[in-house]
Write a protein that binds this ligand. Structure first.
Ligand SMILES: NC(=O)c1ccc[n+]([C@@H]2O[C@H](COP(=O)([O-])OP(=O)(O)OC[C@H]3O[C@@H](n4cnc5c(N)ncnc54)[C@H](O)[C@@H]3O)[C@@H](O)[C@H]2O)c1
Ligand SMILES: [Zn+2]
Length: 392
């Protein structure tokens, strides 16, 4: 099977024996077996969750079984609850009972929940088995399936027990997004949009991730027609994330070097505070990230090139990534003080009264990591809330 350059990416990490491919193509699910870097003598342990439309499960099992793979399927509950030691224990028991060894593969078919859980299972089973990612939500296609972070939750702490586990291959089929609820799609789009704001810093180059234009310009050109070129946009997002991960796989760059993994956190310090304030699961993560990016843009409005802030607001509205409806339903805006108190608890971001934030600066696509006074962080929240309230 032949892939165009924009349909396949190779992730090459220092210290790893092999690079691994990310295939991005409409209908690639049907061709999984032809592309799998795994002999047919090996077994596949497939994990999916209860919310996955069964047609994708059927497509994948059909192609793998026709190719001669021995397959075992496990279904897990929907949502964060599946990222637990309890579910993991059941999966270990099942894999052992079925005679899986470290030479066999664990395949995640689903969103970030299934990917994180199955990745940790693959990493810890006999000290590391094979791992295949087939992400089926937009968020997992542009974010969680690339980068190797895998984890389960413990107690109240999200992603408390985890590892860095790079997959052996990633298969991204944009067609599966047709069945995704619109709210999930828009939340994923917010993460995709984030790459437009960090592109230059993340790539450490002026050469764009798309063939001939920066992601920002592609979004501007496409406007509401962005789904027309979804495959290319996903490819650009994965290219940008992979570039950062190849440079700083395990987040060991200095904390203030925006070329490290930290740049992926644009909007996230604010976002985590909104998620915690409303209660996890009330706002979708991508929705909170959209509000977080708005705060970051407003906080650093004076350091942006002329016209950038207004263009960003316009584009976010056109793409419909700000969750006006969800905010309307919630009916209440947090006080800036409450959000800042939550942000201050995050040891990663605070030192003696200042907050360390990733902020857009100068031209579109450039971000910096800055220690800013509390007042500046607060200014971002106040302006963002005024903006959102005016649109309620
Ligand atoms: N590892 C990382 O680097 C990383 C990065 C970001 C997020 N995450 C994690 O990802 C998780 C969130 O992932 P998510 O947003 O994909 O949510 P999710 O995995 O919970 O999926 C959302 C819902 O969509 C359903 N679904 C999946 N594919 C579908 C499809 N094609 N059509 C219809 N429904 C479908 C699922 O059943 C689920 O109910 C969180 O646990 C988060 O911590 C990890
Ligand atoms: Zn995120």
């Amino acid at each position: 099977m032949h892939f165009q350059p924009h349909e396949c990416l190779s992730v090459d990490l220092a210290g790893h024996a092999h690079d691994y491919p990310i295939y991005i193509r409409r209908g690639v699910l049907k061709h999984l077996a032809d592309l799998l870097p795994l002999p047919t003598s090996r077994k596949i342990f497939l994990v999916y969750d209860k919310g996955l439309p069964l047609t994708y499960l059927e497509t994948v099992t059909m192609t793998l079984m026709e190719a001669g793979y021995c397959l075992h399927e496990e279904v897990v509950p929907q949502g964060e609850a599946a990222k637990s030691l309890g579910v993991l224990e059941e999966l270990y028991a099942s894999a052992l009972k079925k005679g899986f060894t470290r030479h066999d593969a664990f395949l995640a078919l689903g969103g970030g929940v299934v990917g994180d859980l199955t990745g940790f299972l693959a990493d810890s089973y006999y000290r590391g088995a094979r791992f295949i990612q087939v992400p089926t939500t937009l968020l997992s296609q542009v974010d969680s399936s690339v980068g190797g972070k895998v984890a389960v939750n413990f107690g109240e702490v999200k992603n408390c027990i985890g590892a860095f586990k790079q997959p052996d291959a990633v298969f991204i089929d944009p067609d599966v997004l047709e069945t995704l609820p619109p709210r999930e799609l828009q939340a994923g789009l917010a993460e995709l949009f984030k790459y437009a704001l960090i592109e230059k810093t993340a790539l450490d180059s002026e050469t764009p991730a798309l063939d001939d234009e920066p992601l920002w310009e592609a979004f501007t050109r496409l406007g509401k027609r962005w789904p027309d070129e979804l495959g290319a946009l996903i490819h650009a997002a994965c290219t940008i994330k992979a570039a950062v991960v190849m440079r700083d796989e395990t987040e060991s760059f200095p904390k203030d070097d925006a070329r490290g993994r930290v740049c992926l956190n644009l909007g996230h310090t604010y976002a985590h505070a909104y998620e915690a304030y409303y209660g996890y699961g009330i706002l979708l993560h991508g929705e909170a990230v959209a509000i977080g990016m708005l705060c970051a843009l407003f906080a650093h409005g004076d350091h942006l090139a002329e016209g950038f802030l207004q263009a960003a607001l316009d584009l976010m509205e056109t793409l419909n990534i700000l969750p006006h409806e969800a905010i309307h339903q919630l009916g209440v805006f947090p006080e800036a003080d409450d959000l800042l108190a939550i942000m201050a608890k995050d040891k990663k971001v605070i030192t003696s009264g200042t907050l360390r934030l990733v902020l857009p600066e100068g031209d579109i696509g450039t971000v910096v990591v800055k220690e800013v006074p509390r007042e500046l962080a607060e200014h971002g929240i106040t302006k963002a809330h005024a903006y959102l309230k005016a649109r309620q």
